[in-house]
Design a protein around this ligand. Structure first.
Ligand SMILES: Nc1ncnc2c1ncn2[C@@H]1O[C@H](COP(=O)(O)OP(=O)(O)OP(=O)(O)O)[C@@H](O)[C@H]1O
Ligand SMILES: [Mg+2]
Length: 265
């Protein structure tokens, strides 16, 4: 399902101009990371994808649906959004109910709901916690519950807002595994992240934002190679990318494998 954003501007009621002319297309099944300094407008941008925010000017289309013409409840069948802060999202008494709420709300039959809930719980390794109150879980696991409760809705498009913030290495690997599985299933994934290594390891396309605009948009290696432009939005390329550059590698490298291959040449 294609995402088309045309010349999008958004101003908050307070007068803050958070988006200032964003144009962007994401093809069905693409996986994209969005990076950029605090306040760049990343969250404001993704909140336009499921109609939580509507353009002040410009247009957002999800699989041909103009977001101003469809209610949020309807858009929820196409776009799942995992909040930056899970506490804004969770409200059920236990994990099982939380994860079942979305697909039930979309009107799926009981059998489908059960299958989707089980799948989401297994993917996020929460299957042994269905009876637990989300608020008795650690903040890291609450984030996984928030993730599971969106996965279970089986939307074509999934948005993750800072999924790895505050997560330990094991949970970061769990999240990477979920994203890899979604890739296999042909889902479109847009992930906002401050974790540049996570971005380099898991995404083929990166968008860098600054002050409500897109600064760079392209293949991960190409974007990470633009060290000076990234610095203007306070993003440092991965350590290995910078080291490769200082060693004079012809091509930008982004992980150990690419670094070692370049070293051998
Ligand atoms: N509800 C709001 N009301 C008024 N201004 C807001 C609101 N939410 C965000 N802003 C402002 O809009 C701009 C963009 O904020 P946004 O949250 O989209 O940035 P971000 O890139 O997601 O930042 P972060 O990395 O800190 O999450 C900032 O100047 C921010 O202060
Ligand atoms: Mg944000």
């Amino acid at each position: 399902m294609k995402i088309e954003i045309k010349d999008l501007y958004f101003t908050y009621p307070t007068g803050v101009e958070a988006l200032r002319g964003i144009s962007l297309t994401v093809e069905s099944g693409e996986q994209v990371a969005i990076v950029g300094q605090n306040g760049a407008g990343k969250t404001t941008l993704v909140k336009h994808l499921n109609g939580l925010l509507l353009p002040t000017r410009g247009q957002v289309k999800i699989g041909g649906w103009d977001t101003t013409k469809y209610p949020v409840a309807k858009l929820a069948s196409r776009v799942g959004y995992v909040f930056q802060n899970p506490d804004e999202q969770l409200f059920s008494r236990n994990v099982g109910m939380e994860v079942a709420f979305g697909p039930k709300n979309l009107g799926f039959d009981a059998e489908r709901v059960e299958a989707l809930v089980n799948d989401a719980l297994v993917l996020t390794q929460l299957a042994d916690k269905t009876e637990t109150n989300p608020y008795d879980l650690s903040a890291t696991w609450r984030k996984m519950v928030a993730l599971a409760s969106i996965l279970s809705m089986d939307t074509d498009i999934l948005i993750f807002d800072e999924p790895t913030t505050g997560q330990d290495a094991v949970n970061v690997a769990r999240i990477a595994h979920v994203i890899a599985e979604l890739r296999k299933r042909g889902k479109t994934v847009i992930t906002i992240t401050h974790d540049i290594d996570f971005c380099a390891e898991n995404f083929e396309r990166v968008i860098a934002m600054s002050q409500g605009k897109i600064l760079l948009d392209g293949r991960t290696n190409d974007v990470l190679g633009r060290e000076e432009i990234l610095a203007s939005t306070y993003v440092d390329p991965p350590q290995l990318t910078r080291l490769g550059k200082r060693l004079g590698f012809k091509n930008t490298v982004r992980n150990q494998e690419e670094f070692l291959n370049a070293l051998k040449k």
